[in-house]
Design a protein around this ligand. Sequence first.
Ligand SMILES: C[S@@+](CC[C@H](N)C(=O)[O-])C[C@H]1O[C@@H](n2cnc3c(N)ncnc32)[C@H](O)[C@@H]1O
Length: 264
Amino acid sequence: MAQPNDRLHDYLVKEISVNETTRQQLLSIIKPALGPVWTTRFRCLAHGLGFPRWGNLRRLKPFSDDHGWDRGTPVDRYYVDRFFERHRADITGDVLEIDRSTYTHRFGHDLRTTHAFDINPRCEGTFFCDLAHSENVLQSEAYDCVLMPCTLSFLREIELCLQNALRVVKPGGVILANGGGLFRLDKAEDDFWRLTPAGWRELLHRVWPSCEVVVEGEGNCLSVVAANLGLSLEELSSEELDYCDGIFPVVTNVFCRKPKHEAR
Ligand SMILES: C[S@@+](CC[C@H](N)C(=O)[O-])C[C@H]1O[C@@H](n2cnc3c(N)ncnc32)[C@H](O)[C@@H]1O
C-alpha cells in the first residue's frame, strides 16, 4: 500500500517536473522563504529520503567516557576478539604480547613462552622497553607469534616499532595486531595514528616488504556510531555487528607472516 510520503513524493515529482523553468522559478521563491533547515526537510520529503529519529542520540557527549567499559564491552572488542579467534592456530609456542599476556592466554594453545613487554613500567610485563628501541632488550627471531591488540594507534615511532616487531619474530612466525579505525581517540594514552586500511597496507608493505600481509577493516555505519557514542557491544545484535562495510572500519586488523627464508 502506498504510504502518504510516497504519494506526496509522486505528486511533487510529477507536478514539479512538468516544466523545468517553472520548477526553477518555484524553487527560487520557496528556498529563501523556507530557509536551509526546512529546505532540507522538504527535499528529503520530496525525494523519499527519510528522517532520523534522534531521540537521546542527539547529544554532544557520549554515553560513556570509557569506550563503553562501564556499560559492558566496548564495540571495537567484538572485531578485535573475533580476529584473534580466527587466528587461534597461530598463537602458539613462544609468544610475546604488548602490555600483558591476556590475549596469549585467552586465544593461545600449546604455549611454551609467554612474555610481555611495555614502555610503561606500571604494566609489569617481562620486559620494560620502547619497542622502537628494543634491540638490547627483546631478542631477535625469538617468538613464533607477536600480539599487539588495539595497539597500532599508540606506537609513536610507528615505523621503527613495526620493524622491531618483525625483528623479534622467527622466520615463518606471525604478528597479529589492531589499530583504531573510525573510532574515538583515547584520553588516557597518547593516541597518534588513525590510518585507513589502505593507509596501513601502504605503510606495512614499506616496512615489511617481504612478508605476507593481510589488512582488513571491520565495522559498519551503525557500529561506528555505537562505538563513538560509548555504547557497548551487548547493546547491538550480532547481525548488526557482523555486517561489514569496508568504508566504515571500527578497527583495522593486521596479520603478518614473516617468510621462512629471506627472499634473495
Ligand atoms: C591500548 S594498550 C593495548 C594493549 C592492551 N592489552 C589492550 O588490550 O587494550 C597499548 C599499550 O601499548 C603500550 N605502548 C605504547 N607505545 C609503546 C612502545 N613504543 N613500546 C612499547 N609499548 C608501548 C602502552 O603503554 C599500552 O600499554
